[in-house]
Ligand binder design. Structure first.
Ligand code: ARG
Length: 495
């Protein structure tokens, strides 16, 4: 036999070419799955013992060896080897180095195809959970900001034109609503990720009496996959995660874009602390919002990752094809990017200095209360279409004479329409206008306070859900080097 890869070298006479090894190997990136790979192997070994395919002694030797490898990984002393191709064969190879022959029994009834499917699902469940928690932190902070500024008036925009008065708290609550949906999507995605694929083998299951449910229990998955061909060739969990991350990045990017705009000299609605700004190497006066710009820009990487994986998958016949190894780098990069962006948001928000006076000044020009005047006429019984026309004429008059709506006398108003009376001037009061917009979900300070309270409760509920379906006790013990939980009792022991 050639001195080829010991996991599959049996039928080969010549050694793999170096350039093939370099292209084929995934260890440079799939090493990120090492804890998941070990956790999956421990669960698999425990199951093999329970169905008498592995002796108790061998199972203990395998488990101890795997724990020792996890400890080496944690202390950065584990040697990942490119000649061992991927994370699965690195772990198995290192186990054989440690415990000898018994390691050869670990892969019983298993293929790297169902193994990598499992590793990926474990990794996704963990990352989705962590990201969900990180995003809840952002949500809670935004709710605080909204509550603190529930009564600060500012112009709301459509078509980037000043439209109607809203409150800063109301504007911030829009992002709270988006991020709450994002957490919900992360959770929803996680339920479909957390399905256990082992027992699918390379593609056709296994003739051995494997207990798939037991592996699922060991890893705290509530479901097992339905079809072995699908289980080894499905990358929906990664695609769905990338879709969810892409939508999240759209929201982050839109918020970042508003921060950039608000931070301009033209708007001057907010400023960022020096610690969150950067200068220009050429123009001494510059103070740039680089971080919001990067938040906006980084969305491109995440969308790109989704496109890349959709393209990899779209033409693949069933079942596993090596193309699918290309899922990992974009996925890992996208998750890292999303977590970095979410991770910096709390500090960015804390560094934001609001300029309430600039916000209020921006309400003075632009006839933002024109709709309020129309609504005032509606309250007097004027049909809305007619009211719209009347106020339109008033605005035209104001524009030609450079006068604001509040700068007309009652006589002048009555010349436009005789139904105007004294209370017209109340309609033009910003604070009153805002407090009238108190429908659920509206900008009135009282409505913002209510939405903030509801959002806070919603976020707390989502956090509880995140806590419940996260990584298994087995994985958690491996990360921190704690003692492993005991194997789940076998059904016989339970009855
Ligand atoms: N490194 C591989 C991947 O990520 C693992 C599965 C390999 N399976 C195979 N039949 N070569 O896709």
């Amino acid at each position: 036999m050639a001195e080829n890869n010991s996991a599959w070298g049996g039928r080969f006479e010549a050694k793999t070419a170096k350039i093939v090894e370099a292209m084929n190997a995934s260890i440079a990136f799939d090493r990120a799955l090492v804890y998941e790979d070990i956790a999956g192997s421990i669960a698999h070994a425990r199951m093999l013992e329970s169905v008498s395919l592995l002796s108790a002694d061998d199972r203990v030797a395998i488990e101890d060896g795997l724990v020792a490898i996890a400890n080496e990984v944690r202390t950065n002393t584990f040697q990942f080897r490119i000649d061992r191709e991927d994370v699965h064969m690195n772990v198995e190879g290192a186990l054989a180095d440690r415990i000898g022959q018994a390691a050869g029994r670990l892969h019983t009834g298993r293929s790297r195809n169902d193994q990598v499917a499992l590793d990926l699902r474990l990794w996704l469940r963990r990352e989705l959970t962590i990201l969900g928690h990180e995003l809840s932190e952002v949500v809670n902070l935004l709710i605080d900001v909204a509550q603190d500024h529930a009564a600060v008036p500012m112009p709301g925009y459509t078509h980037m034109q000043r439209a109607q008065p809203i409150t800063f708290g109301h504007h911030i609550m829009a992002y709270v609503a988006m991020f709450l949906r994002d957490i919900d999507r992360l959770l929803d995605c996680r339920t479909r990720v957390a399905v256990m694929p082992l027992g699918s083998g390379a593609l056709a299951g296994s003739p051995l009496p494997l207990d798939r449910q037991r592996v699922a229990k060991e890893l705290e998955f509530s479901e097992i996959t339905l079809n072995s061909l699908d289980a080894v060739s499905d990358r929906d969990p990664a695609l769905e995660t990338l879709s969810v991350l892409s939508i999240l990045m759209v929201h982050i990017s839109r918020m970042a874009e508003e921060f950039v705009i608000w931070n301009t000299q033209e708007f001057g609605f907010v400023e960022f602390a020096d610690t969150f700004s950067t200068g220009s190497s050429l123009m001494p006066q510059k103070k740039n919002p680089d971080i919001p710009e990067l938040l906006r820009g980084k969305s491109g990487r995440v969308f790109g990752a989704l496109q890349a994986l959709l393209t990899v998958m779209k033409g693949l016949p069933l079942a596993y094809n090596k193309d699918m190894q290309e899922d990992k780098e974009p996925l890992f990069d996208a998750m890292k990017t999303a977590r970095q962006c979410v991770g910096i948001l709390p500090e960015l928000l804390k560094s934001m200095i609001l300029k309430p006076k600039r916000l209020k000044d921006a309400l003075r020009d632009g006839y933002l209360l024109a709709t309020d005047v129309a609504d005032y006429l509606v309250n007097k019984g004027v049909p809305f279409r007619e009211a719209h026309g009347i106020v339109g004429r008033l605005v035209a008059l104001g524009l030609s004479e450079k006068r604001r709506l509040g700068e007309f006398s009652l006589e002048e108003l009555r010349e436009v329409d005789e139904r105007f009376d004294e209370s017209y001037f109340e309609a033009l009061d910003i604070e009153r206008s805002l407090s009238r917009r108190k429908l659920h979900g509206g900008p009135a300070p009282s409505a913002v306070a209510t939405s903030a309270r509801l959002a806070w409760r919603h976020a707390a509920g989502l956090t509880r859900q995140l806590e419940a379906g996260g990584p298994s006790a087995l994985e958690r013990a491996l990360w921190i080097g704690a003692e492993l939980p005991a194997p789940v009792p076998s059904d016989k022991a339970a009855t």
